[in-house]
Design a binder for this molecule. Sequence first.
Ligand code: AP5
Ligand code: MG
Length: 222
Amino acid sequence: MRLVLLGPPGAGKGTQARRLAERFGVPHLSTGDLLREQVGAGTVLGRRAADFIDSGRLVPDALITAIVRGRLHSGRAADGYVLDGYPRSAVQAKALETILAETGTALTAALDLVVDEEEVVRRIGGRQVCLRDSGHIFHLHTAPPIVRGLCDHCGGELYQRSDDRPATVRDRLAVYAEQTAPVARFYADAGLLRTVDAEGTADEVTRRVLDTLGLARVGGRR
Ligand code: AP5
Ligand code: MG
C-alpha cells in the first residue's frame, strides 16, 4: 500500500494517515512532523525550516525532497507507506515520480480529503499536538485527551502548533490553493486520484477512505 494524502491544512491528513499506517502495518511519513522534530531538536535543517513553517510558506522543494528520498529508499518503506504532506507542489510531484522510478515502485492511490474552509478553521482552532511523541493529534472538542493538556500515549505536554495562529492559517490556505491544489490535478491525469468527503467524524472519514480503496469489511471492522 503506497498512499499519498492530499488536502488543505486541517483536513485530517495526519489523523487518517496514522490510522491507515497502523492498519496496513506501514510507516506514516509526515513531512510536517519530520520538520517540527528538526525544529524542536534545533538542528541546522530545523533552523532553516522554522521561518518557512511559522510564516505558512513551503520549505524549499529540494530540501524536503532530499529527506523524502532518503526515507523512501530505506528498508522500512519497502512494503509501503502513507505519505502525509508530500508532495505539495508540482515540482515535488515530479520528484516523487523520479523516486518511484528509482525504487521500481508505483503509488496505489492519491487520496484527496475534501473539507470546507469553515470546518478547517474549527479543526485547527481546537487542535493540540504532542511534540514529545512525534505528533499524536488531539482536538479540544472532537478528540480530547483523557487528561487535559497531556498526551494519552506518552504523557507528554500538549501544545498548539506555532503555525496554527489564525493569520498563519490564512496564509497556509492561500499557499495550499496556489501551490498544492494543482497536485490533485497531476494525480487525476495519472488516474490515481481518489476524492474523499472528509466532513463528518474521523471514523466516518476512515470508512469512506477504506471504501474508496475497495477494502471490504472484515469481521465487522473496517
Ligand atoms: P503540515 O504539518 O503537513 O501541515 P498541513 O498540511 O497544513 O496540515 P495539518 O497538519 O495542519 O492538518 P492535517 O490535515 O494533518 O489535519 P489533522 O489530522 O491534524 O505542514 C506544516 C508546514 O510544514 C507547512 O506549512 C510547510 O511550511 C512545511 N511543510 C510540510 N511538508 C512540506 C512539503 N512537502 N514541502 C514544503 N514544506 C512542507 O486534523 C486537524 C484537527 O482536526 C485535529 O485537532 C484533529 O483531531 C481534528 N480532526 C481530524 N479529523 C477530524 C474529523 N473528521 N472531525 C473532527 N475533527 C477532526
Ligand atoms: Mg498534519
